[in-house]
Design a protein around this ligand. Structure first.
Ligand code: FES
Length: 273
């Protein structure tokens, strides 16, 4: 056997016990509903966010990044500089972080491997035979999934600015920079969105490993006991990582849509003090 043949053979997936052939399974539940619904929601939200944050301004004119004191989360922190090229949206300068973070997320990987690549379509469901050679995360571009922990570190930068935006959203700011407190629908939406985004980041599998991993004895020192307590809290969040992932994706989409609606003339309902 040639070296190439031996490598390809080693890369083959084990056949497992599922029936062979695309979509074949012994399961009796409606297993296809989840990947179909998740694929639709993900495609709509991710497609809209990419279009709104990166292509809308350059293609269709003035970019709505802020309206009535609400800065869209897609553009936070807002980075503008002199002589900015017309094709460069300020969203592009920041969105690569949350896009990279979500695209490499362990949960989303499972989800989009299922609904985009049918690899596999579901647990114990046969996949297309063309997938028998398993190279997915051993070769470019999917080997880049290993960057997830670094994207996690970076993700806390926009998150920090999103919390500043939440605080600012609870006030009208006059020309002199004086704040007039308000509770607007947008401010509440921003608060919910940023809370969910924080929950999504804190429930990350990589963060849980960073805090509690590579320790043989949790009770040996005071610092390790503190780490154990933190790890337990993160584990509680991590159990619902899928829930944080979907809810935060939907609210970040709604927050940007809301800022665009305000920019189109909608008035933010608010109680002012
Ligand atoms: S595993 Fe999902 S954000 Fe890290």
């Amino acid at each position: 056997m040639t070296v190439q043949g031996a490598v390809l053979r080693a890369l083959r997936k084990p056949r497992g016990t599922a029936p062979q052939g695309f979509g074949k399974t012994n399961r009796r539940d409606r297993w296809a509903i989840y990947p179909i619904v998740q694929g639709l929601v993900f495609t709509i939200c991710a497609g809209y966010l990419t279009f709104s944050g990166i292509f809308w301004g350059p293609l269709f004119g003035p970019q709505v990044v802020e309206s009535q004191g609400y800065l869209s989360p897609l553009f936070s922190p807002l980075i503008l500089f002199k002589d900015m090229p017309w094709w460069l949206s300020p969203g592009l300068l920041i969105l690569w972080i949350p896009i990279g973070f979500r695209a490499t997320c362990y949960y989303y990987r499972k989800a989009y491997y299922r609904f985009y690549f049918a690899d596999p379509p579901g647990c114990a469901v046969g996949e297309p035979t063309v997938h028998r050679r398993f190279k997915l995360e051993n070769a470019f571009p999917f080997i880049l999934q290993n960057l997830h922990r670094y994207m996690l570190y970076l993700a806390f930068i926009p998150l920090f600015f999103l919390w500043i935006d939440v605080i600012k959203a609870f006030a009208d700011w006059d020309a002199a920079g004086v704040a007039h407190p308000r509770i607007g629908f947008g401010a509440v939406l921003f608060l919910v969105n940023t809370t969910l985004l924080t929950g999504y980041s804190l429930s990350c599998h990589s963060l849980r490993h960073l805090v509690g991993g590579r320790i043989d004895c949790f009770s040996c020192t005071r610092a390790r006991r503190v780490r154990h307590t933190l790890w337990e809290r993160l584990t509680d969040l991590n159990r619902n990582h899928m829930w944080w992932a979907w809810t935060s994706l939907i609210t970040v989409t709604l927050a940007d849509v809301y800022v665009r609606l305000l920019g189109a003339g909608l008035t933010d309902p608010a109680i002012r003090f």
